[in-house]
Design a protein around this ligand. Structure first.
Ligand code: TXE
Length: 508
């Protein structure tokens, strides 16, 4: 029995030979003539299953199914209480199936299963619970300042949403898109990454088990070029939410422009992690490690540019490199693993190219810098630390999306701020200091959608999340999702009988 089979059997589940889409509550039938892509376990390179690609005509069927479901109204016009009940039941089922979902995600994405079961899978359930709560308390607006009239502002679901989820945190990110759109009564077609379909498909099945009407949430599978492009270019979708890379986002935006479909983008980052000389040293070390090596660096919020102040730089770099060398890199199914592999082979190659380019541009390699071939055929990259003297290196300007960090030394606060903001991205920032004034000055001037002070990432779902500059368009968040996934409508009612001009009544 292979490692994958053992893990899957232990989690009480089974793998299909062929993974297909899910439309109208049913699996898309297996078609021997359809294009297939192999899905591999990043921990060993073994094949997990084959994925059947949905072509443009199957994508059209999925969109039509979502549209018909929207028009029938079993979800779009369901009561708030019904939608809350389904979301909460689904959240419970997700928690009950946490081990199974963690294994399904681990064998596709290669994220450490311990991290998945304890954090990422519960996040998916939390997203649903959060939006269930939010729709129970959200309010419209009323204006009564205009004498003789009352104006109310209500919201209608936008219609059919196209959701594009990435491979780096499939459940956590797809569930955010699903919760943000479905909560307000939209129906959807979701395209998971072709590398990581399994956990998302299982979550959708659990949502239907919880009472989500078939046809409300449909899944299409396949490559971005075929399935993704067909969905993004559909004339019959009302919203596009995309989480992925900037280059793909440009293509999605061009396709959306044909139909003026509004887009919501959550893209990459090159976030500064600034350690001032008055920081709590041990917390700053712990947090800086978490910020870059969580999910093997495959997170948009990675603190991939460490900026450390001169006075503590030598001590910080020494301690950071020592801890990096001691990270447990290995099979993500092993519960002691801290850093898993890259999610797929082409991405491992891409990360190694970034490392080679950093070296050729003059960055000083302090540790790592190579594939971990000693760990077998998995797509491992050794946790890598570079010291740099210029923020202009490609290492400091481009998102690597792997376990690779640059460290640059700065003199004073102005220099730190200038370096932090010298980026095409503006997703998040991290700052370590015990000076309130310093933190506040930094908070006011840093170009980032989220700033964490003296802590690694701690997500508050009530707050907006998204990026400045090329890190995205729009924000996740309850009010922000309501703004994106609904149409607002103003209704003005006369109070009593305010006068109306009497056109054509001059002859009287
Ligand atoms: O993602 P893509 P890639 C960043 C990260 C990474 C880079 C490229 O820096 O190295 O992006 O990653 C679908 N029309 N992030 O190329 O292509 C695709 O099938 C419609 C940051 O692997 O952006 C998948 O479902 N869809 C990020 C999704 O887009 C298309 C997470 C994302 O894949 C398409 C991932 C098309 N023409 C990568 N082409 C984050 N913000 O967390 C592809 N897709």
């Amino acid at each position: 029995m292979s490692t994958i089979d053992q893990a899957v059997a232990a989690a009480g589940t089974a793998l299909p030979d062929v993974i297909t889409g899910h439309i109208g509550g049913k699996s898309v039938p297996v078609d021997a003539g359809a294009t297939r892509h192999n899905v591999y376990f990043p921990g060993t390179g073994e094949q997990v299953a084959a994925l059947q690609e949905d072509d443009a005509s199957t994508v059209a069927t999925a969109v039509n199914t979502a549209r018909e479901s929207f028009s029938r109204g079993e979800w779009s016009r369901a009561s708030t209480a019904t939608r809350q009940t389904v979301f909460r039941s689904a959240a419970k089922l997700i928690r009950d199936h946490a081990d199974e979902l963690a294994v399904l995600e681990c064998i596709c994405a290669g994220l450490p299963s311990s991290h998945l079961a304890s954090r990422q899978v519960p996040r998916a359930a939390d997203n649903l619970d959060f939006f269930a709560d939010y729709i129970g308390v959200m309010a419209g607006e009323t204006f009564e300042q205009l004498p003789g009239y009352q104006t109310i502002v209500t919201r209608q679901p936008a219609g059919v949403a196209a959701l594009f989820a990435p491979w780096n945190a499939p459940l956590a990110l797809a569930s955010m898109q699903i919760a943000s759109s479905l909560a307000f009564g939209n129906t959807a077609v979701l395209k998971p990454s072709e590398f990581t379909p399994l956990s998302v498909l299982r979550m959708v099945a659990l949502m239907e088990e919880a009472g989500l009407p078939p046809g409300t949430l449909n899944v299409v599978n396949g490559s971005g070029a075929v399935t993704g492009a067909a969905l993004a270019g559909s004339a019959d979708i009302d919203r596009i939410a995309f989480t992925g890379g900037g280059q793909t986002a440009r293509q999605v935006m061009a396709a959306a422009a044909q139909h003026l479909t509004p887009v919501h983008f959550e893209l990459g980052g090159k976030s500064a992690n600034i350690v001032f000389d008055d920081a709590d040293f041990d917390r700053a070390i712990d947090g800086s490690l978490v910020n870059i090596f969580s999910n093997s660096g495959q997170i948009c919020i990675a603190g991939s540019r460490i900026l450390v102040q001169q006075g503590i730089a030598e001590r910080f770099i020494e301690a950071f490199v020592a801890r990096t060398r001691s990270l447990t890199v290995g099979n993500p199914l092993d519960h002691t693993t801290e850093v898993g592999p890259m999610a797929f082979k082409a991405h491992q190659d891409r990360v190694l190219e970034h490392i080679a380019r950093a070296q050729s541009e003059g960055a000083t390699l302090l540790c790592g810098g190579e594939a971990r071939a000693d760990l077998g055929d998995g797509y491992f990259v050794a946790p890598t630390v570079f010291q740099v003297e210029s923020n202009q290196l490609s290492l400091c300007q481009e998102e690597v999306f792997g376990p690779v960090v640059s460290i640059q030394v700065f003199d004073d606060d102005d220099a730190a701020l200038a370096l932090a903001n010298d980026s095409q991205f503006g997703l998040v920032g991290y700052c370590w200091t015990n000076s309130l004034t310093r933190a506040q000055a930094f908070q006011q001037r840093v170009d980032a959608g989220t700033l964490w002070i003296n802590t690694p990432l701690a997500r508050d779902l009530r707050a907006p999340f998204g990026g400045f500059k090329q890190s995205g368009i729009g924000r996740d968040g309850p009010r922000q999702a309501a703004d994106f996934f609904t149409e607002e409508k103003a209704t003005i009612t006369a109070i009593g009988a305010p006068p109306i001009r009497k056109l054509g009544a001059a002859a009287d």
